[in-house]
Design a protein around this ligand. Structure first.
Ligand code: FAD
Ligand code: NAI
Length: 475
């Protein structure tokens, strides 16, 4: 028996489930299809983000940071810890509980918003502007009819040729979040977001971590001054980051992996690791969608081709999130999902790509929005810069976390904020003020004149804004 819907969303990650909820809020009869299974074979909506991405990685980052503090940080506060132990099974169990709470939360939200949920794989059977037949292959097979389809099928980890993921020795993000015993030696290929976050988790828990990065610069997309500071701080913690390496043969043995590589000077090395995480980017996922069967166009890199409004080449078929161009971030996927639902309703959904924040949840955290100094130089934009170190911030001193800085970049003539870059404590939270300011096209003087609570880390933001005009008060 077929069921008719106004909107069918394929994929229940942050792009898909949020699109479905917004579509339902707007009065559409909406369905969401997601195939992710929990360990019991039941539904686990939330996609990569909830199951093997944002949420479990942040749970482990938090747990491992507590462990690191108990190990090395508490003594300074006069707290003496004796007999400290690590129960990794419990730590991983807590992470799994946090994931499940999020899966259940999404199922609850579907119910609350009257979104029909289908557990299984969705694929295009046939269709045109009058409607699409979508086959759902789950416990049973059924066909549903959609006036509008939103594809939000996400992405998968990219493997290195000749080193497929076995999730036992050669790990993608999935395996990296579930190592059952702290490896003595952990290799990480790729010093990007996953490499640094997961490398930090396992280093804090006791692994000797070696990161091998192809590019000669550390975090090339990050503002250079911030990236240099972050590199210094992370290296000091013991994360060994090797830049400019060329990876050769990778061989998985019985209990270890060997990686041949040449370093930046061209010298050959072989690394022997108990586990190897490969985090060299992600590829769009259109497996099993039958895109070709209905003529849904992909671009040359395998992403679903969309215009600025997330419209595909097929009438009434839209695509959002990791499966389309743009940064692979959960909040970008969500914004696109909301905008598409609103466009279907005839509203003017909008995503401002200039104000999408980035956060790397290392310690200290790295966060930014807008242009970097190197981008402004390349674009020939005249700008003023202001920085303020957390060392001069009273709250940071009280916290015992004074590493890093806030940096403002503003237009030389108009003073409009063009970029804000932070490496330091709670950068993930502090960046929101900069995002709001840039959305309202504020000047650095606007932030400098706003009252910020004392003592708070946000005063470093205000002071960096003051520093643009060379009038920081506490530095
Ligand atoms: P996904 O979350 O990948 O969801 C796609 C869903 O569609 C999946 O459930 C999949 O099973 C399902 N699906 C696919 N094909 C079909 C089909 N044919 N039928 C039915 N279902 C299908 N981003 C951040 O912003 N902040 C972070 O802190 C962060 N941390 C991350 C940490 C890690 C380790 C990783 C790997 C990623 C992280 N990301 C983070 C990125 C974030 O997870 C992605 O950008 C986000 O999940 C993309 O959302 P999406 O909805 O496009 O796709
Ligand atoms: P990434 O793109 O962040 O980093 C990949 C790194 O691997 C790059 O530095 C690249 O130069 C390097 N690399 C590529 N090929 C290589 C090779 N052959 N040898 C050595 N190095 C190589 O990708 P990553 O870390 O896999 O994460 C994927 C995406 O997931 C991120 O880009 C981000 O969009 C998202 N993510 C977001 C997080 C957040 O917002 N906090 C956390 C984790 C992931």
């Amino acid at each position: 028996m077929s069921k008719n819907f106004d909107v069918v969303v394929i994929g229940g990650g942050p792009g898909g489930y949020i699109a479905a909820i917004r579509a339902a809020q707007l009065g559409f009869n909406t369905a969401c299809i997601d195939e992710w299974k929990n360990e019991k074979g039941g539904p686990a909506p939330g996609g990569t983000c909830t199951n093997v991405g944002c949420i479990p990685s942040k749970a482990l980052l938090q747990s491992s940071e507590h462990y690191e503090h108990a190990n090395h940080g508490f003594a300074e506060h006069g707290i003496e810890v004796k007999g400290l132990g690590l129960n990794l099974e419990k730590m991983l169990g807590r992470k799994n509980t946090v994931v499940k709470q999020n899966n259940d939360g999404i199922l609850y939200l579907f119910k609350k918003n009257k979104v029909s949920f289908f557990h299984g794989r969705g694929s295009f059977a046939k269709g045109d502007a009058n409607g699409y037949e979508i086959k759902v292959a789950g416990a049973a097979e059924e066909t549903i009819i959609a006036k509008h389809v939103i594809v939000a099928t996400g992405s998968n980890a990219r493997a290195l040729p000749g080193a497929e993921f076995d999730e036992k020795l050669i790990l993608s993000n999935t395996g990296a979040l579930a190592i059952s015993e702290v490896p003595k030696k952990l290799g990480v290929i790729g010093a990007g977001v996953i490499g640094l976050e997961m490398g930090s988790v396992w280093r804090r828990l006791g692994a000797e971590v070696t990161v091998l990065e192809a590019l000669p610069t550390f975090l090339g997309a990050v503002d250079e001054q911030i990236a240099k500071e972050a590199q210094k701080l992370l290296t000091k913690q013991g994360l060994a980051v090797n830049l400019g390496v060329k990876i050769g043969t990778i061989k998985a043995g019985k209990n270890s992996v060997s990686v041949e590589y040449t370093d930046a000077k061209g010298e050959a090395h072989t690394g022997e690791f108990d586990k190897l995480i490969v985090s060299i980017g992600r590829t769009p996922n259109t497996i099993g969608l039958n895109a070709e069967g209905v003529g849904l166009k992909l671009d040359e890199r395998g992403f679903i081709a969309v215009d600025g409004d997330c419209k595909t080449n097929l009438p009434n078929v839209w695509a959002v999130g990791d499966v389309v161009r743009g940064p692979m971030l959960a909040h970008k996927a969500e914004e696109e999902g909301v905008a598409v639902a609103e466009r279907i309703a005839g509203q003017h959904g909008h995503v401002n790509f200039n104000t999408i924040p980035w956060v790397i949840y290392t310690s200290p955290e790295i966060a930014w929005v807008g242009k970097t100094e190197q981008q402004l130089k390349a674009d020939g934009v005249q700008y003023k810069a202001g920085t303020f170190p957390f060392l001069a911030n009273g709250r940071a001193r009280a916290l015992g976390d004074t590493s890093g800085m806030v940096k403002f970049l503003a237009d030389a003539k108009t003073d409009e904020i063009l970029g804000v870059h932070i490496v330091g404590p709670m950068a993930s939270e502090l960046i929101s003020e900069a995002v709001v300011a840039m959305e309202f096209r504020a000047s650095s003087e606007d932030i400098a004149r706003i009252c910020h609570a004392h003592p708070s880390l946000s005063e470093a933001t205000k002071e960096a804004a003051l520093a643009v005009d060379k009038r920081a008060l506490n530095f």
